[in-house]
Design a protein around this ligand. Structure first.
Ligand SMILES: *Cc1c(COP(=O)(O)O)cnc(C)c1O
Length: 391
C-alpha cells in the first residue's frame, strides 16, 4: 500500500472511526471483508504475464491488510507500511532490509531487550558491528558516527526504564554525518497518536501493533512505516522474507484501532493519577514516567510528544528483588505477565542486567505497571495491597 499523507485532516477520533474503510467498494458494508487468501486468480494469460491486477498472491497483501496499511500510513505520515507477524519482527525486518556485512550500527542502550538479543546474535553473525550508546548522549552522538554507520536504532521512552532520548537531534546528526544512514525508532509506547517519528527526522517508524492498536491482548502483529526514500527497499525485503500476516488478525487490528484514542485517554489519565499518588508514597523512592514534571526526560517529552500512554515504572525503596516478589504475589487485579497496552492491568519486575551503560544508583527494586481500563480506585487499592506486603 503506497499512500502519501496529505495534511489538513479532521480530528483524531474522526479519523480513527473511518480510516481504511471504503464501504462502497464492498456493497456498502461498513467494514472491509476478511480476506483469507493464498491463491489469487487471473482472468487470462496476458494479465498474468503483465501482473496487471491489484492483487497477485496472498503474501503480497489483500484488501484486508491494505485497509490496515492505509490507516497506518495516515497515522504515521508514511509513504508505506508493511505488516509483520509480531512487534519483534517489526524490528528485525527493517534492520535486515538495510544491514550488510561490515556495517556499523548504533543502538540506544535502553532499548527493548529482545531487540538487543537480535542485535547481539543474528546481526553479529552477519558481520554487523553493534555499538550501544547512552540515551542521554546528546551532541556527543556525533563522535560515535563512522563512515560505515548505516543504521541508528532508537526507542523513546524506554519501555522499562522510561529514559527519553533526543530523537530529532540524533536523527539530524546521523543524516548530517552520513546521508545514507537509516534512522529507525521503536515508537510502541507513544503510538503515532502521541509521537510521529517521521515528522522528527526518523526514516522508519516501528510499532508493536500487539500493544495499543490491538488493545485486547489477543493479537500479535507489527507495523513498519517508512518514508519515501526507504519504502521500496523495505517492501522488497518483506516480499523476500515472506513475513506476512493473516486476514483475520488484520481485521481485528483495524477493529481495535477504532477505539485506540478513547482507550489511551482513559489509560493515560489513570496512569497519571497513579504516578502522582505513588510519588507521595513513603515506600516509593522514584516514579519513572516522562510526563511527570520532575522526570529527567520531561523536557524532551514535553517538547516533542503530544501525550503519554499507560505504561510506567516505580522503584520500591531499599528493597531487594526477592523481597519485592511479595508485592507481585499480593496483587489481585494486576496480572503477572508480559506485554502491555491491553484492557487489563499487569505488573512485572524488569531486569536491567543487560545494560551496557550504567543507569545510576540502584535505590531499590523497579516494578513496571501496565495500566488497563479498570477504575483508578481499584488499581490504587491493589498496588497499596502489594506495597503493604513488602512493609
Ligand atoms: C512488546 C514490544 C515489542 C514486541 O512486540 P511483540 O508483538 O510482543 O513481539 C517491541 N517493542 C516494544 C517497545 C515492546 O514493548
Amino acid at each position: 500500500m503506497n499512500e502519501k499523507n496529505d495534511g489538513g485532516k479532521p480530528g483524531i477520533n474522526t479519523r480513527l472511526a473511518h480510516l481504511g474503510n471504503d464501504p462502497h467498494a464492498y456493497h456498502g458494508f461498513v467494514n472491509p471483508p476478511v480476506v483469507r487468501a493464498s491463491t489469487v486468480l487471473f482472468p487470462d494469460y496476458e494479465t498474468m504475464r503483465d501482473r496487471s491486477q491489484p492483487y497477485l498472491y496472498g503474501t503480497r497483501g489483500t484488501p484486508t491488510t491494505d485497509a490496515l496499511c492505509k490507516a497506518l500510513n495516515d497515522l504515521e505520515g508514511a509513504a508505506g507500511t508493511v505488516l509483520v507477524p509480531s512487534g519483534l519482527a517489526a524490528i528485525s525486518i527493517p534492520v535486515l532490509a538495510f544491514a550488510k556485512a561490515g556495517m556499523h550500527m548504533l543502538v540506544v542502550d535502553s532499548l527493548y531487550s529482545p531487540n538487543r538479543h537480535f542485535c547481539d546474535t543474528v546481526l553479529n553473525r552477519l558481520g554487523v558491528e553493534v555499538e550501544y550508546f547512552s540515551p542521554h548522549i546528546g551532541d556527543e552522538f556525533a563522535k560515535l558516527m563512522r563512515p560505515n554507520t548505516g543504521i541508528v536504532m532508537l526507542e523513546a521512552p524506554a519501555s522499562n526504564s522510561f529514559e527519553m532520548c533526543d530523537v530529532p537531534l540524533i536523527s539530524n546528526i546521523a543524516h548530517e554525518e552520513n546521508s545514507d544512514c537509516v534512522v529507525m525508532m521503536d515508537n510502541t509506547w507513544a503510538t503515532p497518536l502521541y509521537f510521529k517519528p517521521l515528522d522528527f527526522g526518523v526514516d522508519i517508524s516501528i510499532h508493536a501493533l500487539t500493544k495499543y492498536p490491538s488493545g485486547h491482548s489477543d493479537i500479535l502483529m507489527g507495523g513498519v512505516s517508512a518514508n519515501e526514500k526507504h519504502w521500496q527497499q523495505l517492501q522488497d525485503t518483506q516480499f523476500a522474507l515472506g513475513t506476512c500476516v493473516g486476514g483475520d488478525d488484520a481485521y481485528l487490528l483495524l477493529r481495535g484501532m477504532r477505539t485506540m484514542n478513547i482507550r489511551l485517554e482513559h489509560q493515560a489519565r489513570t496512569t497519571m493519577q497513579l504516578c502522582e499518588w505513588l510519588q507521595g508514597h513513603k515506600q516509593v523512592s522514584r516514579v519513572l514516567y516522562p510526563a511527570l514534571p520532575d522526570d529527567p526526560g520531561y523536557a524532551l517529552w514535553k517538547r516533542d510528544f503530544k501525550g503519554a500512554s499507560g505504561l510506567f515504572s516505580f522503584v520500591i525503596r531499599d528493597k531487594g528483588r526477592e523481597e519485592c516478589g511479595a508485592f507481585l504475589n499480593a496483587l489481585k487485579i494486576h496480572g503477572l505477565g508480559y506485554s502491555w497496552a491491553g484492557y487489563e492491568s499487569l505488573a512485572v519486575m524488569p531486569n536491567f542486567s543487560d545494560r551496557v551503560v550504567a543507569m545510576g544508583p540502584d535505590e531499590g527494586t523497579t516494578i513496571r505497571i501496565q495500566v488497563g481500563l479498570e477504575d483508578f480506585d481499584d488499581l490504587q487499592e491493589d498496588i497499596e495491597r502489594g506495597l503493604a506486603a513488602v512493609r
